[in-house]
Design a protein around this ligand. Structure first.
Ligand SMILES: [Zn+2]
Length: 565
């Protein structure tokens, strides 16, 4: 299965360039226009300087709402202007992003009644929960529990776990991941072991809310979640930040939470059901939601704080089709002051995550401006509050400066690999859209290959800013630095990645290092440049592949729009 039906490159080179096709999705038969693109004149000095500055202690880890934000926004506006971009938001370099921080407190236990005795579960060890609503008090009162399997309503896959059940006022009890996660390969209604959006907790809470549920509780399970209860407990207690909600925002449940697996087993047991048995049934299309005959209650209070942050937006206007936009995204924010390292260093500088990606926006903007006006407009968007849940990107996608139906597609950059050049790049979420053909063309030009995300079950495609656009239908590519290093191969690449995850990721030691080898970064930047430039020169509107979960949203958006896709 090839990805690009009409291609200005040789079939042999394409075949050599991989296994992007090793996915369940089929190829759209639309012919794609993929113009050849010359190399970009990309400045390594810019890449190094901007990364070094953004990750200096002076920027205090770039936490939204701090002086680190002011400095970051000022630097990016200045560098975008110097590169030759125009302010992207009606004459301004920024889009204000209203955020709200909700901190739950005074948690009552989660109680479950209806089986004779009252079961009571403690917050933290046994369950965690939050509200997305800006309410000072949250109460879930005798809400009927319904086991809804994976909690998926996917018309394009002919799958609806909520069919025939009225969830209004009730609480959904939901399995983590999606129905075929346990598959050995990538075959199945939900792409086998690769996680689809339907496997993510964000989707499950949103779908339960659309069904009118008062509560949604996910059953934690370490393997399909890809992280332990400790991660659930730490991420779902303490302050939670959200984008403030507009008037047309979708509905919300009162409570979204998680229970430990053995807690779920006890609850189901009290209902005369068996967790393993119901989990097996939930893997089938014939599954029907099971009312448990039990009622759940809990309550807690919330401290609410609102504040503003900013997305930074620059645009290089197109000369031929200025109302069509190709977007580059990277999050500028990081964690600010954080848990100190043993040496007392308490600034999470976020040099790799994501000073590198933010610097790349500047370096790419310069290179594109030097190459002259593109046919379509190129947008450079540095988003805020990724680390709090992709909030800046979600806010932009809900309040787009450039209409989404006129946004051709884009590429996200989150953390470059600074260990030297690699033969490959890692493609996160291969096979999702026709953008893969633009990536393949760029790889062929540079003599490189793609490696599909080695851990598709972890759902990384749904964990950075491009996802906010994808969810609204805009095709987005997400690639990571390769691991097959020219110097040392896969073993060396894996060692670098493991060292980063264990010793630096989201800690004070993700710091700028003068000894980094930038040649690999510059190679990766060339790919981003070629993809952006080819999309900007193309007359095509690449779409999601048939069967992809975002295809229907894009098709509806395009059908409703007089201009654009
Ligand atoms: Zn990041």
């Amino acid at each position: 299965m090839t990805l690009a039906p009409r291609f200005r490159h040789t079939a042999a080179a394409l075949a050599a360039s991989l296994a992007l096709s090793a996915c369940a999705a089929t190829t759209s038969d639309t012919a794609l226009d993929i113009p050849e693109v010359a190399q970009g004149d990309i400045s390594q000095a810019t890449m190094v300087d901007v990364t070094r500055t953004l990750s200096s202690d002076e920027f205090e880890g770039r936490m939204p709402g701090t002086v680190g934000e002011e400095k970051t926004v000022a630097l990016l506006s200045e560098r975008f202007a110097a590169a030759g971009l125009q302010p992207g938001n009606n004459g301004s370099w920024v889009q204000k992003v209203p955020l709200v921080e909700i901190t739950g407190k005074d948690f009552a236990p989660l109680t479950v009644t209806g089986s004779g005795e009252t079961m009571s579960f403690e917050f933290g060890d046994e369950w965690v929960g939050v509200t997305y609503r800006e309410d000072a008090q949250t109460a879930l009162t005798e809400s009927e529990l319904v086991f809804v399997g994976y909690g998926v309503n996917a018309p394009e896959r002919d799958w609806n776990d909520y069919e025939g059940i009225d969830m209004r006022g009730k609480t959904a009890v939901i399995l983590v991941n999606d129905p075929d996660y346990n598959s050995p390969d990538l075959e199945g209604p939900f792409n086998g072991k690769a996680m689809t959006f339907y496997g993510r907790w964000t989707y499950k809470f949103e779908e339960a809310a659309r069904q009118g549920a008062a509560g949604a509780i996910i059953i934690h399970d370490t393997a399909p979640a890809s992280y332990g209860w400790n991660v659930v407990e730490s991420s779902w207690s303490g302050p939670q930040a959200y984008a403030q909600r507009g008037e047309n925002a979708p509905p919300l449940t009162k409570v979204n939470g998680w229970v430990q697996k053995d807690v779920a087993a006890q609850i189901l047991d009290a209902a005369g059901q068996d967790l393993a048995d119901l989990s097996a049934k939930a893997r089938s299309r014939d599954f029907k939601a099971v009312p448990l005959g039990l009622k759940a209650s809990t309550s807690f209070a919330n401290d609410i704080r609102t504040f503003q942050s900013q997305n930074v937006i620059g645009v290089l206007p197109g000369s031929e089709r200025p109302d069509e936009y190709v977007i580059h995204t990277a999050h500028w924010d990081h964690l600010g002051r954080c848990k100190p390292a043993p040496d007392g260093d308490d600034i999470c500088n976020g040099a790799i995550d994501n000073a590198t990606g933010t610097a790349a926006l500047v370096a790419l903007a310069e290179a594109h401006a030097k190459a002259g006006a593109p046919d379509r407009s190129l947008v450079f968007l540095a988003v805020t509050a990724e680390e709090s849940g992709l909030l800046g990107a979600h806010y932009y996608a809900e309040n787009p400066v450039f209409p989404l139906a006129q946004t051709v597609g884009g590429i996200n950059m989150d953390a470059f690999q600074v260990a030297g050049p690699a033969r490959d790049v890692t493609v996160v979420g291969p096979g999702k859209s026709q953008l893969d053909a633009y990536l393949e063309a760029a790889l062929v030009s540079d003599g490189r290959i793609a490696t599909p995300n080695p851990k598709p079950e972890a759902g990384y495609y749904y964990r950075s800013d491009h996802f906010a656009f994808a969810k609204r239908g805009v095709p987005m590519l997400y690639i990571d630095g390769g691991e097959d290093l020219i110097d040392g191969g896969r073993a060396a690449g894996a060692a670098v990645a493991a060292d980063y995850t264990e010793n630096r990721y989201h800690g004070p030691k993700d710091e700028f290092d003068e000894s980094w080898d930038w040649s690999g970064v510059m190679g990766d930047l060339q790919l981003y440049y070629r993809i952006g430039r080819a999309l900007a020169a193309s007359e095509s509107w690449p779409n999601w592949n048939p069967g992809d979960e975002f295809r229907a949203i894009r098709d509806a958006d395009c059908a409703a729009s007089a201009t654009g896709c």
